[in-house]
Design a protein around this ligand. Structure first.
Ligand SMILES: N[C@@H](CCC(=O)N[C@@H](CS)C(=O)NCC(=O)O)C(=O)O
Length: 268
């Protein structure tokens, strides 16, 4: 049961340009939940300040505070919101358990969650020639590169203090480090987008108003809409759905841009 008074206790530590924060912001909008947003200045490396590390030792946004409970990791936050705030005027994001739509949403959520978006983003910042017409200005890309490089020493000292989290940190610091591998991340997206295109095409006439898996936005759509936004930002729109390539994805992207809860999410 949704309890609107409980929403008043929701606080989201986020950054408006963070891919994972944007997903939670979209979920909150979709579920019509109000929440206090606290911006953590990632460019200023505020995520490594002791006050924030008490909230999330991993130094990442988003983190949701609900009363005395803190939830980190965007999929866990979205699951938590669904569990605690559903029903009544609060739309469900998850299709009915056991339905075909539920299986599809689970499948696409898993596939889309595995996309290495941070690597792709920073990879494009460092290899602009691989993109086309990015919405990101040069100065935004430069700021991103500066932040990326500035946080490496923080990560090193963090790994010394928290050896148990070393593996996680090494994953982060290799986001683009291996440039030879970077184009492969872009190639790996092709079959996923083919699958999504086929899924969208398969919607028969009476399903013409469906999102990816059913008539309403699911957690899979949340990632997909924000991913398409991010790819536009870094200049990969043409590669994946431009010039008549994957028209169903192009139509889906256009639809998302008229969907008020999505449009309420800060854009990159
Ligand atoms: N698995 C986490 C990933 C969160 C994440 O990587 N957040 C990025 C911003 S999009 C971050 O806070 N990076 C700060 C840093 O790495 O220093 C989630 O889904 O919430």
């Amino acid at each position: 049961m949704s309890d609107q008074s409980a929403c008043l206790q929701l606080k989201l530590y986020m950054h408006p340009m963070s891919f994972y924060s944007q997903q939670v912001l979209f979920a909150l909008e979709e579920k019509k939940l109000s929440c206090e947003n606290v911006v953590v200045d990632l460019l200023g490396l505020e995520q490594y300040e002791p006050w924030y590390m008490k909230i999330n030792l991993m130094s990442e946004v988003p983190a949701l505070q609900h009363g005395d409970t803190i939830i980190t990791d965007s999929p866990c936050i979205i699951d938590y919101l669904e569990k605690h705030f559903s029903g009544g005027d609060t739309p469900d994001l998850f299709p009915v358990e056991g339905s075909e739509a539920a299986a599809l949403a689970k499948h696409f959520r898993e596939e889309l969650s595995a996309v290495p978006v941070e690597r792709i983003t920073f990879g494009l910042f460092f290899n602009r020639h691989l993109g086309q017409n990015p919405r990101a200005t040069e100065s935004i890309m430069e700021d991103g590169k500066v932040m990326y490089l500035a946080r490496l020493p923080h990560m090193e000292s963090f790994m010394k203090k928290h050896p148990e989290l070393k593996e996680h940190c090494l994953n982060c610091s290799s986001k683009f480090a291996n440039e030879r591998r970077f184009p492969r991340h872009l190639e790996n997206l092709e079959p996923l987008f083919d699958e999504i295109e086929n899924q969208l095409i398969s919607h028969s006439e009476e399903r013409a108003t469906w999102w990816l898996c059913c008539e309403h936005v699911t957690p899979a759509d949340i990632i997909l809409c924000i991913l398409l936004e991010r790819l536009t930002f870094v200049g990969l729109m043409e590669r994946y759905w431009g010039s008549g390539k994957r028209p169903a994805i192009a139509a889906y992207r256009a639809r998302s841009q008229t969907h008020p809860p999505f449009m309420a999410v800060p854009r990159n």
